[in-house]
Design a protein around this ligand. Structure first.
Ligand SMILES: NC(=O)c1ccc[n+]([C@@H]2O[C@H](COP(=O)([O-])OP(=O)(O)OC[C@H]3O[C@@H](n4cnc5c(N)ncnc54)[C@H](OP(=O)(O)O)[C@@H]3O)[C@@H](O)[C@H]2O)c1
Length: 323
């Protein structure tokens, strides 16, 4: 089968489209014929660093059709449509920019009829991330408000839609060119992240946010503390060097600060399973209560360009790869 692999860390041109042996499904796995995968920043970051172990097939999520089942699998059968994520790390770490993958069943769910493979792949990693941040960590409830930084991003635009689907009011930040589209996805207000008074504007727009989803805490943790309401939850999904800006303000507001990585769902046995979260997201898509936007699609032979674009270009939604 064809697969996009790297044998060392480095620039996107270390990616090679290779012919490798098709995997067999092990115990507890299903073999999926991949129809679509999506492009995530973690794919490019892992490639640059030569992680997690080499050679590595890139790609963190997929959608496709089950073509064989391993021993001990009774909830999936040949012909089932499925989608999955957590494929970049942990005990699977096999990658999805390929024609087939043997996927452990706890990383996947049935893809509802009416949801395309492209949309299933596009939503998988970012949808689980947004769910884990807003539902598991922040406990966002109907009537609440959520500040979502980078609202046009893969995570951001699904978080906006998810907050809206939960009955909360999302307030997003984004460049002006995306404001109308984010309003269509459910954002009550969209703020240009370049404005000088962002923290005040975010606090005004949210009335003191119940939840803040921050993908750049090194830059925005101070904004988050200022914008969060009493008892608010700040969820950071990235960052390296953030220092806590104002402990007194956070203490006065009794804020909770959460640090998370969806990768932990694939690596920690104490973390929740991915499959049930995908089930909920798949149902929201099928019911038309959540949207995922696909900006453009690449072939496997364009994987290097896709890796470059996901880190360097501005777009709304997701980049998808079709084998
Ligand atoms: N911990 C986890 O579980 C987890 C899961 C998924 C992703 N992540 C991380 O979260 C980050 C976002 O992932 P993604 O998939 O959403 O990436 P993405 O699709 O590339 O989106 C990146 C977003 O960041 C925005 N951005 C860039 N510069 C900004 C700035 N100065 N201020 C505010 N926003 C800015 C972009 O806006 P423009 O279009 O204007 O540049 C875009 O909206 C990445 O670092 C990724 O590795 C973490």
């Amino acid at each position: 089968m064809r697969a996009v692999r790297y044998h060392e860390g480095g620039d996107p041109d270390v990616l090679d489209l290779e012919d490798i042996e098709r995997p067999d499904p092990g115990r507890g796995d299903v073999l999926v014929e991949i129809e679509a995968a999506s492009v995530n920043p973690v794919d490019a970051k892992f490639r640059a660093a030569g992680l997690p172990r080499l050679p590595k097939t890139t790609g963190s999520d997929l959608a496709g059709t089950v073509v064989a089942v391993g021993e001990g699998v009774d909830d999936y059968a040949e012909g089932d449509r499925v989608f999955a994520t957590g494929l970049h790390t942990g005990r699977f770490a096999g990658g999805s920019f390929a024609e087939y993958a043997a996927v452990p069943t706890d990383l996947l769910a049935h893809l509802p009829e009416g949801v395309s493979f492209e949309h299933g792949a596009a939503v998988a990693l970012v949808g689980v991330t947004a769910w884990r941040a807003l539902v598991h960590h922040a406990g966002l409830e109907p009537g609440g408000t959520a500040l979502v930084h980078g609202g046009n991003g893969g995570v951001g635009h699904v978080a906006v839609g998810l907050a809206d689907a939960l009955g909360a009011t999302p307030v997003a930040t984004a460049r002006p060119q995306y404001h109308d589209a984010l309003g269509d996805l459910g954002a009550g207000t969209v703020l240009d992240y370049g404005r000088d008074d962002l923290a005040d504007a975010a606090r005004d727009a949210t009335g003191g946010a119940d939840a803040v989803l921050d993908h750049m805490p090194d830059t925005y943790l101070g904004t988050d503390v200022a914008a969060a309401g009493f008892g608010g939850d700040i969820v950071a999904i990235a960052g390296d060097t953030a220092t806590f800006p104002d402990v007194a303000a956070a203490r006065s507001a009794e804020l909770d600060v959460h640090m998370m990585s969806m990768s932990n769902l694939a690596t920690h046995s104490d973390a929740p399973d991915i499959g049930p979260i995908l089930d909920r997201i798949g149902n929201l898509l099928a019911e038309g209560r959540l949207d995922v936007t696909i900006d453009r699609t690449y072939g496997l032979d364009e994987a290097a360009e896709a890796h470059r674009a996901v880190l360097e270009e501005s777009f709304l939604g997701k980049l998808v790869v079709e084998p």
